[in-house]
Write a protein that binds this ligand. Structure first.
Ligand code: GAP
Length: 513
């Protein structure tokens, strides 16, 4: 099965089992907006906790806040978002479809790279065991010609983006003979900058109302509270402020399920440091964040760093942690060295001093900031796509299993009476009523035990226990593990320890340190 088919199946599965629904579905949906269902919200809350505990609880110099989504409109002028938070857009005059100019060019380069890979595969088949891939890539004329072409397009696009040369972006699209995927024509408009912020009005009468923006990042709520937190929390540099919350962007190319949404959630941390020490902390946080990702056990090879060539208006260094989604390696988290840009600009625009008096150096300064910014929805997509598997069992049966890391699994334990009579449901309820204070448990008595196991596999429940007639006599149950499907008979009194050993926050979080 291709990755594309697997991804389609995953999207259908996420809906069928109550993880993620298209928003406003009964009205045919709303583009790039999604709702989390009964299991999706549990998974989401667990990821939030895994991040929050790793950042806030385990660092005594990081605290959290929850700032409002609505903020003073001047904030977005100060931060540069009103002037510079743009995407370069181009329209096809025949289909009237709108595209991101940089995405059209990136897709063009990706197609050239696909040709290179096909050429390499041809070589591999032709030369068999004797195939030397490095030499082939360095000498094959088709590979070399295409690699040079890809590099030229990439370099020209980066130069045009950096210089904000929209005319050259358009010329590059024309020079590459890129056609509209819908109309097939090359009848393009000029490239224009399009601001990604949503705006609305605050106030009762529209003439009097102020235009305000839905925040495109949670970070600014942290910057404008820098002094409040520093003073009331008696924080000393270096220290961090963390926040989880909604962000909104009017994305034009919004697709790939919950990868690129118009309403999404970020988990951000701004780490305030002494000027001149930012690169040390930038490297520190790159490694610390990668460790956090890897601790989830989705596969170390699925992560890589991508250093930015084109820097955002506020950064002097930036890297992405990319994850191998079913559609390739893509950004999951950004680590940015944001200099003193934001605090300095807010100082200038608000007229309020945003400085720290450093008792060690006897100096006041505007701190520098290293930011870690991870998309919550993208993390959910990373977990789901790595977890989803369609398996053929030795018995010939098939199962869909979600190998969700146990600490994040929405339901930790399914409680299943073998039959719906003879006192077994009552015994099962008794166990469930005891364990539900420790773990999210689910009770299920419908259908055969085999079907019930499949249902729990499909939602990623690490353990199922079955209560049978003997349980009434010996106070033991059969416990079944999701991944190995191994079953064991254990005393009811040991259940809490067994499940806790697999799902305990302490055990998982201690891997990060
Ligand atoms: N405060 C810095 C900032 O917002 P960003 O790289 O634009 O930086 C950070 O966004 C993270 O937010 C990304 O790595 C991604 O995981 C997530 N993100 C950004 N745009 C998104 C979108 N439209 N849909 C879902 N997640 C998004």
């Amino acid at each position: 099965m291709t990755q594309e088919d697997l991804f389609k199946n995953l999207i259908a599965h996420a809906k069928e089992y109550g993880f993620i629904f298209p928003s406003s579905e009964i009205y045919d949906g709303l583009g790039a907006v999604y709702d989390y269902g009964q299991l999706g919200v549990e998974l989401k809350n667990n990821i939030k906790r895994y991040w929050w505990d790793a950042m806030v609880r385990l660092h005594d110099n990081i605290v959290g806040i929850d700032s409002a989504i609505f903020m003073h409109p001047r904030i977005w002028e100060a931060s540069g978002h009103v002037g510079a938070f743009n995407d370069p857009l181009i329209d096809n005059k025949d289909s009237k479809k709108r595209y991101r100019a940089d995405v059209l060019l990136e897709e063009y380069v990706a197609k050239i790279e696909e040709k290179i890979e096909k050429e390499v595969e041809k070589g591999r088949k032709k030369f068999g065991e004797a195939f030397d891939e490095v030499q082939f890539r360095a000498t094959n004329p088709n590979v070399l010609r295409n690699a040079q072409k890809a590099e030229e397009v990439r370099a020209r696009m980066a130069a045009a983006l950096n210089a904000n040369d929209l005319a050259d972006m358009r010329q590059l699209i024309i020079d590459c003979e890129i056609a509209c995927p819908v109309s097939g024509s090359r009848n393009w408009t000029e490239v224009r900058q399009f601001n990604l912020m949503f705006s609305t009005q605050m106030g009762s009468v529209s003439e009097e109302a102020n235009v305000i923006y839905l925040r495109p990042e949670t970070a600014q709520g942290i910057f404008v509270n820098f002094l409040n937190v520093q003073k009331t929390g008696r924080m000393k540099i270096p220290f961090g402020i963390a926040q989880i919350g909604k962000a909104f962007r009017n994305e034009i190319v919004a697709r790939q399920f919950i990868f690129r949404m118009r309403e999404f959630e970020q988990m951000e941390m701004q780490f305030f440091v002494r000027p001149g020490e930012e690169m040390k902390w930038y490297e520190y946080w790159k490694e610390a964040r990668l460790r956090w990702h890897k601790s989830l056990g989705l596969g170390d090879a699925k992560y890589r760093f991508h250093n930015h060539e084109k820097l955002a208006h506020y950064a002097n260094a930036a890297a992405d942690i990319e994850f191998e989604f079913p559609f390739g390696f893509k950004e999951l988290e950004g680590i940015h060295s944001r200099t003193d840009f934001d605090l300095r600009r807010h100082q200038q625009f608000s007229g309020k001093r945003l400085q720290f008096f450093d008792p060690e150096t006897n100096e006041s300064y505007v701190p520098y900031v290293v930011e870690t910014s991870i998309g919550l929805d993208r993390t959910i997509l990373a977990v789901l796509s790595a977890a989803y598997a369609e398996e053929k069992l030795e018995s010939g049966e098939e199962r869909v299993v979600m190998r969700i890391p146990a600490v994040l699994a929405p339901i930790k334990l399914a409680v299943l009476p073998l039959v719906k009579k003879d006192g077994l449901p009552e015994k099962a309820r008794e166990i469930m009523n005891e364990l539900k204070f420790d773990f999210n448990c689910q009770y299920d008595e419908k259908d055969s035990i085999g079907k019930r196991y499949r249902r729990q596999d499909a939602i990623g429940t690490p353990y199922c226990i079955t209560i049978d007639h003997q349980s009434l006599e010996d106070n033991c149950v059969t416990i079944r593990e999701r991944d190995s499907m191994q079953q064991e008979r254990v005393p009811i009194a040991t259940l809490r320890t067994i499940v806790d050993d697999l799902v305990s926050w302490r055990k998982w979080l201690s891997k990060i340190q």
